[in-house]
Design a binder for this molecule. Structure first.
Ligand SMILES: [Zn+2]
Length: 220
């Protein structure tokens, strides 16, 4: 069972970490992809970094296989294997919503964490700058994300792609809690699963840079 964590701090900045495909089977079936194999470790690594920096956060991880229900898809597009899965979907989204509402006086960074197995998923032919890929909100093309990838001087390159219709970043970025001036900044992050192409240490450097980047500092 995956344990969700909540850590509070006095700062005016709060991070919501979602990992909708983090729940993996004990035994894998060759050729069948049922989860993001590295997502849970990476989300936990981020939680550790935030705790060290005394930044409040909440982790929201799936506890159902992606093949049963995909928490990053619109409910109407799901073909779940049973009714229980739809209830799980509601529960997952309600947890995100409640977390946003109960931190509505703060500026919120929403990081939706995923991992991918295949280099071709995001690398254009012959490129190797895709091991960390940032997906933007659909049709938003926020320039500061591209600027961050270009200028933050990491010992590896970061790829930014236009986002698709991923449910979480496209839904909760637009929520405004009445009578509050809350700001929610959503980003989807994809990390390659091969640890010799991308180490945990490199991911830690990336998160530290991301948390220091001016567009977030303005939010803090
Ligand atoms: Zn995923």
């Amino acid at each position: 069972m995956i344990k969700n964590q909540l850590s509070q701090s006095n700062s005016n900045f709060f991070v919501v970490i979602t990992a909708p495909h983090a729940f993996c089977p004990k035994k894998t079936i060759p050729g069948k992809r049922e989860c993001d194999f590295r997502a849970l470790n990476i989300a936990n690594l981020l939680a550790k970094i935030l705790r060290k920096k005394n930044i409040g956060f909440r982790t929201i991880y799936s506890e159902v296989l992606r093949s049963n229900v995909d928490f990053n898809r619109n409910k109407l597009d799901l073909t779940p294997s049973n009714k229980y899965s739809l209830e799980e979907w509601d529960k997952f989204q309600q947890t995100i919503l409640k977390t946003i509402v109960s931190n509505s006086t703060k500026k919120i960074l929403l990081l939706d964490i995923h991992s991918f197995p295949n280099i071709n998923s995001f690398c254009k032919k012959g490129k190797n700058d895709c091991y960390i890929t940032i997906l933007d909100v659909h049709n938003k093309n926020r320039p500061e994300l591209r600027q961050f990838a270009k200028t933050s001087e990491m010992p590896f390159t970061v790829n930014v792609e236009p986002g698709g219709k991923n449910y979480i970043i496209n839904t909760y970025g637009d929520i405004h809690v009445p009578a509050s001036t809350n700001t929610i900044y959503p980003i989807l992050l994809e990390f390659i699963e091969n640890t010799s192409l991308l180490s945990d240490e490199q991911i830690e450097i990336f998160f530290n840079k991301l948390l220091e980047f001016p567009f977030l500092n303005e939010m803090k």
